[in-house]
Design a protein around this ligand. Sequence first.
Ligand SMILES: Cc1cc2nc3c(=O)[nH]c(=O)nc-3n(C[C@H](O)[C@H](O)[C@H](O)COP(=O)(O)OP(=O)(O)OC[C@H]3O[C@@H](n4cnc5c(N)ncnc54)[C@H](O)[C@@H]3O)c2cc1C
Length: 421
Amino acid sequence: MGRHNLHVLLHTQVTRLVWDENRAVGVEYVQWDNPRLNGPLTPAPKSSCLRAPSTPAHSHLLGRRTRDVLKKFNIPEVSSLGGVGGNLQDHLNLPLYVQLQKPVALNPAKLRTISNLWDYFIHGKGDLGRAAIEGVGVMPVAHSQPEVGVILFNMGAVDSHLYSGISNMKLDYFHSTFPHMDNQSSEGFIFLATCLHPKSRGRIRLVSDDPRHPPSIDPNYLHHPYDLACMRDAFKWVMRLTRTRAMQELGASVHLPRYDECVRKSGRGGEGGGEDTRALYNEYVSCLVRVGAITGYHPLGTARMGRASDPETVVDPELRVLGTKRLRVADASVMPTHISGTPNSAILVIAEKAADMIKETWNDEKSLAQEKICSSSPDCEEKLLAKLSNAAGFSVTAAPSLTTVVTTTLLVFTTRTLAAS
Ligand SMILES: Cc1cc2nc3c(=O)[nH]c(=O)nc-3n(C[C@H](O)[C@H](O)[C@H](O)COP(=O)(O)OP(=O)(O)OC[C@H]3O[C@@H](n4cnc5c(N)ncnc54)[C@H](O)[C@@H]3O)c2cc1C
């Protein structure tokens, strides 16, 4: 961290990329705890953005829509990319509470014992050091690749307000889904059932030219019919798992929520039985998914990697944004589809690989020394610094700023991550 060419800025939000034609040459940012920089943010008169082209059918519509938005906010085009903001995919999780008759689960009452506190704070071990996610499974249904997954969250009771907030569930639905949460000694665990490779695609849209405004995010869950069928398969797998001998020895029973809209619609038919009962049961499970499923917080795909010939591609295999120079995206948004599991480890690999590729690019010190911050005109560096000084409302010292910008390859955060921040 003490390296002269590495600058880490905390509590900082990038508000705009600075361009010299199609070369990204800097970023503008605000620091929320820096009184010098943290003034009221006036949107720059013209900011730059990647926008959609008027290419084939689907992209053509996409392009027209996006172009209208950019026009509305007076944002000039840097590169025509139809895929920016599209291809949004997330895992939908169906939470199911499994009650147990044997005292094997973690719960708040067990965690808060003196011996657990002693073990954790003195020896750095014990139940308080356990990750509550203690089981993960994936399974194929009709094809060879895993299609459904479960996560086992080993916690018999959780704080209703905290967890309904995290899972973005209304409190009454939370209590229908998770009974006995007020009893801190409850024995049980939570299964999160998911469809690993959903086919529905959502979209992120710009709604303002003020970078502080989050974009609109439409995950478009369950739009593709495959996804609902796949979620039903995930549910059925959970039911099968809880009927295994090992689970039955622990007295496992799944709590099936009685959401008003599902019970009214289907009468909650039981499993098995005749055709009618099975149809009612399927209808109940579909309703359970529609009403009770929550985000897995795994959004990705909105700046997908691919071939340059594909109109939906945003970055090339080296994470460089097509049609621009010195600009890479390194986060979940470059993943074209989900992996067969949770995404974080794959994203760490992308970040490691990005670091290697950036180092590789700047390895040649001679070419680095000759690199100019901008090249569109002989006096463009002076003009750029003057422009930046005006926009930020403070003076910029030329030498260190240039060194910083030249030796830094810019990594941008997509609108998806901007929303998450
Ligand atoms: C509650 C929760 C539980 C999860 N559990 C798991 C799990 O068990 N396993 C798993 O694999 N995944 C899990 N995930 C998903 C995983 O955390 C994400 O997929 C992953 O962190 C995404 O990485 P990223 O680099 O794309 O984005 P992020 O991790 O969101 O990183 C983006 C960073 O950029 C910063 N940023 C954004 N905009 C700007 C800006 N304009 N200027 C400066 N900085 C900016 C943000 O502050 C943030 O630090 C979970 C997510 C959540 C929310």
